[in-house]
Write a protein that binds this ligand. Structure first.
Ligand code: MLT
Length: 314
């Protein structure tokens, strides 16, 4: 009977709205990416797709919510590199990576940008580096909580400068951006997705990009890479992926993966995201097993980097 019921449910899936949980506050890069994806999934799924922002603790609260959700395909997680870093940062994490999730496919990759409050005197990275060297601990470095992409980039930035600053955590980088523009915090390492519009609006100062090549986007064409500016080989790319709770029926996973493949070929989504510095993945990175292997490799890689950077938390 159980098997029959599951088979029935899979055949009709989805016959009610699908929820994409974003483990950060609305208005940030992950939220933007999730809303783009929700829009593009509507047609291939033939259903309403809604976004639920469940922020806090660097993305681990929203991720735990999905890990314990009913594995029926109606509650999915849009998350990023934080899936790979949280296990090294939280000794008491409420879920296992990748064990408690089904990987559905990667979505895109984005470089980050080192940005500062508009009143910061430093006109370029060299001056910023000097200012940080003489103000170190007093410099407020905003992030979206332990395990967030901005936290990871900040951690790499501090260990590259061999200077620790004062981290100021938020439920997402949208509220952090508001405080940066208002001057309540000094610097942040933010994904281009969210930073580009503020840079175009001249609301923040740009000191460098975290990719190894400069970006051709108009807003960032004059921004040096942090690597060329002095932080040799500094390279932080933030990828986003789609996840379901472990135990979601394979037939449902297959439908979701098929819909993801269609959604990420949507020309409007690709155009919009490329204008923000994002690279939408192509088919070979949309294989669930490949995504799982990539997630495990990233978890191993970043846990070593985090240990070397000497920061733990609970
Ligand atoms: C967000 O959407 O707020 C960001 O992805 C947070 C982060 O990871 O820095």
């Amino acid at each position: 009977a159980m098997l029959a019921a599951t088979t029935m449910a899979c055949a009709e899936f989805p016959d009610k709205p699908v929820t994409l949980v974003v483990p950060f506050a609305a208005g940030g890069p992950s939220d933007k990416i999730a809303r783009d994806l929700a829009e593009a999934l509507r047609k291939p799924l033939g259903q309403t797709v809604i976004v639920d922002n469940a922020g806090g603790a660097g993305g681990t609260i929203g991720s735990a919510k999905v890990a314990r959700a009913t594995p029926d395909g109606y509650t999915l997680l849009v998350h990023h590199i934080g899936m790979a870093t949280a296990p090294a940062l939280y000794r008491k994490l409420a879920y296992k990576v990748p064990d408690d999730f089904e990987t559905l496919g990667l979505i895109n990759e984005a470089p980050s940008v080192l940005i500062g409050k508009p009143t910061l005197a430093a006109k370029n990275f060299g001056e910023l580096r000097q200012w940080i060297a003489s103000n170190g601990g007093k410099v407020n470095l905003a992030n979206a909580g332990l395990g967030s992409a901005s936290h990871l980039c900040g951690l790499m930035f501090q260990s590259a400068l061999k200077t620790s600053m004062t981290p100021v955590p938020y439920k997402g980088t949208a509220p952090a951006m508001t405080d940066l523009i208002g001057g309540q915090v000094d610097v942040m390492c933010e994904q281009a997705t969210n930073a580009v519009p503020q840079i175009e609006g001249k609301k923040v100062k740009v000191y460098g990009v975290t990719s190894l090549q400069r970006l051709s986007l108009p807003a960032l064409k004059d921004a040096p890479t942090l690597s060329e500016a002095g932080l040799k080989d500094f390279n932080v790319q933030v990828w986003h992926g789609l996840y379901a709770p472990r135990g979601t029926p394979p037939a449902v996973l297959a439908k979701l993966n098929a819909a993801l493949r269609v959604a990420l070929k949507d020309p409007d989504l690709i155009k919009r995201e490329e204008a923000l510095g994002l690279t939408v993945v192509t088919d070979e990175r949309l294989d669930p097993a490949g995504h799982r292997k990539y997630l495990e490799a990233e978890k191993t890689r970043w846990s070593k980097v985090i240990k070397d950077a000497g920061e733990y938390a609970d």
